[in-house]
Design a protein around this ligand. Structure first.
Ligand code: GCV
Length: 701
């Protein structure tokens, strides 16, 4: 009897675990469609027609079957007899959709109602399958379809800052998912789910190792490991890339130099590229961080970024690309750090090889909660210019703050560079429309790790998702993307979708408010970047301190980047720069990025700068209160496990938002010496207490 009870108990516990959701399935959960809505979907998905058996079509068919089985019931495997509701996967020339586009249409084939998912290449069919499943997952009609879609950006890539020992630089979701030690002998099945998730949003490339690279990644042993991953990802249309350490010829090739103009160095890279292509025939190419934050590079030998990039590009040849990062700045340079990337790269416009892409961060400093768009966008029309966004939230609360990054990406992409007159948006630079460029890139620094939920939190999955969708179409609406994600990840119930999407859409602005309102930037703690540190000063280099950026003093606050200051505004098209420099024109969201203003400066609201600043910190905190209330009301729509995790994280976020507000108010108040606006509470601790807080074990370093 006792044994029976024990067995029963175990079975019940087992089934409870099986039904709990931990987020592993991401937006590909394929849960059954509600009975009331199911019939039309089931009718359209009775059978899958036979499919040719390329590896990609095989996985496309398997995904379709898996998805339909979960959503509406297992389809028949062959379209026998006169059955209606067949889905047919077809590779045939599709005009105007390129190599990766697809068309989904409803038609009659041999007199049977058929949904045809067609593409010129098999990878397009896989993308079409994911789209079809998404239509069902988000409860869109599928009776009469005629949809065509193709990506606007050619290389849609994740950049992993993953180290070979499985730590992840700026990673907040556990260890690296790439198990270098056991590769190539064992490929974790999770690699297939990683590939599925990426393919479902159109990501077609992944850089496997940190840009702060080790030369070991380029040794035969590690090339074999990368090749095993490439083999796994290939059916999903994903090519692998490696970050290259500039000094590899010295470290691995026993050369005395890594001078790009030395023939022995060029020969080393040529041989290395050949070796990699032998193991990975579709290797994407190299990503390079050179002469930046202590990394070696061509400037160590008196050469330029062009010398370095072009030499490497010749080694790769027509087989792949070299992605050269423009994130460079030098502390020996007295000039405003925000100007240095432009100063170094703009003069080289038109000098890079055709297979070189210059990859530019969205803003000129470093992935801050808000930055105006990088002045290089629109300034290098004769070069391939790629976008680098950060998906991992190094500066936005790690994985425990709920911050949907869609609006941040959208804000940058929709910014008008005015490079060729009105409407010259960053999106049009990135997708190549503005300057007629074909080799286009959007990269996102991945937020993926070994946590069961992949991204460290349920809502951080949305940031991976929105990145992929925007890389496919940089002009897409991030509200619509959030809506699709929320439906697929949690629930289609409008009582869930509307409030949760609203909450997501405002979450980034709230974080800007409680961390760095009104254009402040780089106010986090030193090194690990966890929590507030507006007092950070001294140390290795000035441009790694907070005081360098906020310039708080008795006279006021903010960095003067107008012609009276660093004149960074001159790096933008004249109309854009003039607006940023003009207090009557600049948007208040960028105010202190461009201007140093007195504490009594009048904001549009009529508040003084000091009062408005304090109020904004508070508005950020209050928004988190609202998110907690909204989420508390979502229990009917979300499984207990995921609901509880989000609830816990929101509580952490609430506490840390308050901490950011209090510490910042304490610090800036020590300069403004003005009273707090009515109703605003004094920080509960002394400034010294905030400054004394230490976090030696913060993740990500
Ligand atoms: C990979 C910032 C981050 C670094 C990162 C660097 C970069 O400085 O804090 O961790 O290094 O950007 O983008 O190269």
């Amino acid at each position: 009897m006792r044994l029976l009870a024990l067995v029963l108990g175990l079975v019940l516990a087992g089934s409870a675990t099986a039904h709990a959701e931990d987020g592993y399935d991401l937006w590909l959960r394929y849960k059954p469609v509600e009975a009331a809505a199911k019939a039309p979907y089931a009718a359209r998905a009775a059978a899958i027609a036979p499919v040719a058996s390329t590896p990609t079509l095989k996985v496309a068919r398997a995904e379709l079957e898996r998805g339909l089985t979960g959503l509406v019931g297992k389809p028949a495997s062959a379209a026998a007899g006169s059955r209606d509701g067949v889905i047919q996967l077809t590779v045939s020339p599709e005009q105007g959709l390129g190599d990766e586009g697809y068309r989904i249409r409803t038609t009659a084939v041999n007199g049977r109602k058929t949904t045809v998912i067609a593409a010129s290449k098999d990878i397009g069919v896989l993308y079409g399958v994911f789209r079809y499943l998404e239509l069902i997952q988000t409860r869109q009609p599928v009776e009469s379809l005629d949809i065509a879609s193709s990506p606007k950006v050619k290389l849609r890539m994740l950049n992993h800052w993953d180290n070979l020992n499985r730590t992840v630089e700026r990673g907040y979701a556990g260890q690296s998912i790439f198990d270098w030690w056991r590769l190539p002998g064992h490929v974790d099945p999770r690699m297939v789910d990683y590939a599925r998730a990426n393919a479902s949003i159109g990501v077609n490339g992944t850089v496997l190792n940190n840009v702060n690279a080790k030369a070991d990644s380029l040794t035969p042993a590690y090339i074999a490991k990368a090749a095993a991953l490439a083999d796994t990802f290939r059916p999903y249309g994903i090519r692998v890339y490696l970050s290259a350490r500039w000094s590899a010829p010295v470290e691995l090739g026993a050369l005395k130099t890594a001078d790009p103009l030395d023939p022995a160095v060029a020969a080393f890279w040529k041989a290395k590229a050949n070796e990699i292509y032998k193991a990975i025939p579709d290797f994407g190419g190299f990503l390079v961080k050179a002469n930046s934050e202590g990394q070696p590079g061509p400037q160590d030998y008196g050469r330029t970024h062009v010398d370095g990039a072009n030499m490497l590009a010749d080694a790769v040849g027509s087989r792949g690309v070299v992605i050269w990062r423009a994130f460079v700045y030098s502390h020996e340079q007295p000039d405003d750090r925000a100007k240095q990337g432009y100063n170094e790269f703009k003069p080289f416009d038109g000098q890079f090889r055709d297979n070189v892409v210059v990859q530019v961060k969205n803003g000129a400093i470093d992935f801050q909660p808000r930055e105006p768009f990088h002045p290089l966008f629109g300034a290098m029309p004769k070069s391939n210019l790629g976008m680098e966004f950060q998906i991992t939230k190094e500066y936005l609360g790690f994985s425990t703050h709920l911050v949907y990054l869609g609006p941040m990406y959208e804000e940058t992409l929709r910014s008008d560079t005015m490079a060729k007159g009105k409407g010259s948006t960053v999106a049009k630079v990135v997708d190549g429309q503005l300057d007629g460029r074909k080799l286009t890139v959007m990269a996102g620094v991945a937020n993926i790790g070994t946590d069961r939920n992949w991204s460290g939190s349920q809502f951080d999955q949305a940031n991976w998702y929105v990145f992929g969708r925007l890389a496919w179409d940089p002009e897409a609406s991030t509200r619509e993307i959030a809506t699709d994600w929320a439906k697929m990840t949690f629930s289609n119930d409008p009582k869930f979708v509307k409030p949760v999407v609203d909450m997501m859409m405002g979450s980034r602005e709230a974080t800007v408010n409680y961390m760095t309102p009104l254009g402040l930037h780089h106010q986090m703690a030193r090194s690990h970047h966890y929590g507030p540190g507006p007092w950070v000063a001294g140390g290795e280099r000035a441009d790694w301190t907070s005081v360098y950026y906020a310039k708080a003093g008795p006279d006021g606050l903010g960095f003067d980047r107008t012609p009276t200051g660093s004149n960074a505004t001159a790096q933008y098209a004249p109309a854009v720069g003039a607006c940023f420099a003009d207090l009557k024109c600049v948007d208040e969201k960028d105010l202190l990025w461009f201007h140093h203003l007195s504490w009594d400066y009048r904001l549009k609201s009529g508040d003084t700068l000091w009062d408005g600043l304090v109020k904004r910190y508070g508005q950020g905190v209050t928004y988190v209160d609202g998110m907690q209330t909204t989420w508390a009301g979502m229990t009917p729509y979300v499984d207990a496990q995921r609901h509880a995790e989000v609830t816990d994280y929101l509580k952490i976020q609430r506490g840390e938002a308050q901490w950011w507000r209090d510490a910042s108010v304490a610090w800036f108040g020590s300069f403004s010496k003005r009273p707090l606006p009515a109703g605003e509470k004094a920080p509960p601790k002394t400034l010294e207490e905030y400054k004394a807080m230490k976090f030696p074990y913060a993740p990500g370093i």
